[in-house]
Design a protein around this ligand. Structure first.
Ligand code: SAH
Length: 271
């Protein structure tokens, strides 16, 4: 798209915003807003989140949030609490303490997370800490990477005749109570989108076979979804691990398993 076209899209959005009767809330000193930044593309930010970034004077963010989104919070002091693929470089309790401490200093705090804060983002734990310390909070939804990623990879999340449900699962919890019962999920026959799935992919795939999925089941890896470097690798359940290794797929990536993946080729058209 030329600069000129971008310019007119930007003017159109300014005018559209003026017509929209949106009552954006004020971020009060001493409050914490947990905001979802979406999967990466700044176009997927909600108005609430853009407004939060504009109001924050303290921004606590993860590795999954793109630099150009962080830069929107121009006035805010930035606290990077780098956290990726379920691994913490800063323990969760220290992040909780930081949020509570900033709020108690009377800062206007935005805690920005990739995707949606309440989808595999430990948002619930942070809110629990805020509640225990009587800190007022709000949670601002974001587009979760499963739905942003499927869409930008050209895969509908549901399609009549193919699936009546879609499963979002974490592949990271190898042995804990959070570990999904993969064989039971496989038996539903419904597509599964796996977050944080690269590390334990071979074990997950073996469990899906044990649940009755065939090696021909369509599967894909979506890396850096909605970002300029997005890449989709299409395989089958039988060739998924080999394809991920061959193509050197790295985090952040989603694994998609199920008939919806085959629609990608059918729906690929002019863009
Ligand atoms: N709260 C986030 C998920 C955090 S868990 C959300 O709602 O999306 C981190 C995992 O999310 C990553 O390991 C990856 O599986 C997935 N993820 C996040 N952003 C992604 C992106 N841009 N492309 C592909 N996967 C992504």
């Amino acid at each position: 798209m030329s600069d000129n076209k971008n310019g007119s899209a930007n003017t159109a959005i300014e005018q559209a915003l003026n017509r929209l009767d949106v009552k954006l809330r004020v971020l009060e000193p001493g409050h914490v807003w947990l905001a979802g930044a979406g999967p990466g593309d700044p176009g997927l930010l909600t108005l609430d989140v853009v407004s939060a970034l504009g109001q924050a004077d303290a921004l606590v963010h993860d590795a999954l949030v793109s630099p150009e989104i962080i830069a929107v919070a121009e006035q805010a002091e930035k606290f990077f609490v780098g956290k990726r693929g379920g691994r913490l470089s800063i323990p969760q309790k220290d992040i909780n303490t930081l949020l509570v401490g900033l709020a108690r200093q009377g800062r206007k705090v935005v805690r920005l997370k990739g995707g949606h804060p309440y989808v595999f983002g430990r948002g619930g734990e942070e809110v629990q800490a805020l509640v225990e310390s009587a800190i007022p909070y709000r949670v601002l939804p974001g587009v979760t990477s499963a739905f942003g990623g499927l869409t930008s990879a050209g895969i509908p999340a549901t399609m009549r005749g193919i699936n009546g449900a879609i499963i979002l699962a974490t592949g990271f919890a190898a042995v804990s109570d959070d570990r999904p019962d993969w064989t039971a999920l496989a038996r539903t026959g419904q597509p599964i989108v796996i977050y944080m799935g690269l590390t334990h992919m071979a074990a997950t795939v073996a469990d899906l076979f044990a649940g009755g999925l065939s090696p021909d089941t369509p599967a894909a890896l979506i890396e850096n979804a909605t970002l300029p470097q997005e890449r989709t690798v299409v395989a089958t359940l039988g060739t998924l691990v080999e394809a991920a290794n061959r193509e050197n797929v790295v985090s952040p990536a989603l694994i998609v398993v199920g008939g919806i993946v085959a629609l990608r080729a059918k729906l690929a058209g002019a863009s």
